[in-house]
Design a protein around this ligand. Structure first.
Ligand SMILES: *Cc1c(COP(=O)(O)O)cnc(C)c1O
Length: 323
């Protein structure tokens, strides 16, 4: 009997809830990438998901399971990245009020995007206030339900639907690589892989500057680090979650790292060769494959592109600086 926090049945149920709501994103191939790596690569394009990242899947799956009382009360989260927009959009679609706690100096585009989806933004001072404590206090005071960005069974099961769709399209694979921050995406996808392609080796990819996941898998205990300095802002997590790690330690073979320079090189590859805009964090898995961090020669390999939300000027600067 499995005692893991999520099962494949949870991923299947999440997929039912997302039917007709989330995009079934395309799986693209590239002759150039195949020639460069000697592998057969299948890119699952969650940069083309609604609101620009896979996070819509988990957020929607979580709010869709609220009780009538929770729906009436509303949802709150304290993440300012893609999860915030995913919560705001999902809440609007489900007729639920959303409150997003953001640092007072959050980029205006993020604040506007969140408000554009109908979310109420509450600011905090990142130097003097604890966002988690504030989130919990607001939740209690205002009767809101807190949905964290990764360490939640419904979020994890929702993220796993991305890999379910990939396997449905490609059949069994030798390898599956996904970006890794707090582990919602990796744990959900590994759960789908275990059921749909049992012999598939699942690998997480995190930024070199923050290899807490790699160290956690090696030592068997969740390693905590300071917020890492990396371009991969979606993977600037300080530790895996208790629930995500429980799945990752059972279902994931290895965690590898890539540098910021390798992420930028991969952004350029996607833009110039595949006509795709991918944010730095979204490039993690592909960068590992394109830069030889994993032996992929002769293998059929799934590569999850996790998101495409990058300010265009920033994108241009990064690509130009890399020459
Ligand atoms: C959140 C995020 C990740 C990391 O996902 P986790 O579930 O925290 O591991 C990767 N890529 C993008 C684009 C993200 O927004």
């Amino acid at each position: 009997m499995s005692t893991l926090p999520i099962t494949f049945e949870d991923v299947v149920a999440a997929h039912e809830r997302l039917r007709g709501v989330a995009h079934r994103t395309p799986v693209l191939t590239s002759r150039t990438a195949n020639e460069r790596t000697g592998a057969q690569l299948f890119f699952k394009c969650e940069n083309l998901q609604r609101m620009g990242a896979f996070k819509f899947r988990g957020a929607y799956n979580a709010i869709a399971q609220f009780t009538p009382q929770q729906k009436a009360g509303g949802v709150i989260t304290f993440s300012s990245g893609n999860h915030a927009q995913a919560i705001a959009l999902s809440a609007r679609l489900l007729g639920v009020k959303a409150v997003i706690v953001m640092p007072h100096d959050a980029p205006a585009v993020k604040v506007e995007a969140t408000r554009g989806y109908g979310g109420e933004v509450v600011f905090y001072d990142r130097y003097t206030e604890d966002r988690e404590a504030l989130g919990k206090r607001l939740a209690a005071e205002r009767g809101l339900t807190l949905i964290p960005p990764y360490d939640h069974a419904h979020v994890m099961a929702g993220q796993g639907t991305a890999a379910k769709e990939l396997f449905e399209e490609t059949g069994e694979l030798d390898l599956l690589l996904t970006p890794l921050g707090g582990g919602g995406l990796l744990s959900g996808c590994a759960t789908a892989a275990h059921a749909l392609s049992p012999a598939c080796t699942v690998i997480g990819v995190e930024p070199e500057a923050g290899n807490d996941g790699q160290r956690s898998l090696r030592t068997g205990e969740i390693v905590h680090i300071d917020t890492p300095k990396t371009l991969a802002d979606g993977a600037q997590t300080q530790h895996l979650g208790n629930l995500t790690f429980a799945v990752i330690r059972e279902r994931v073979s290895e965690i590898v790292t890539v540098s910021d320079a390798e992420l930028v090189d991969t952004m350029k590859f996607f833009a110039s060769r595949m006509k795709l805009v991918v944010e730095p964090t979204g490039c993690l898995a592909a960068a590992a494959v394109l830069h030889g961090k994993v032996d992929v020669r002769g293998k059929r390999v799934g590569v999850l592109i996790s998101g495409g939300n990058v300010d265009l000027l920033r994108f241009a600067e990064l690509v130009q600086a890399a020459g």
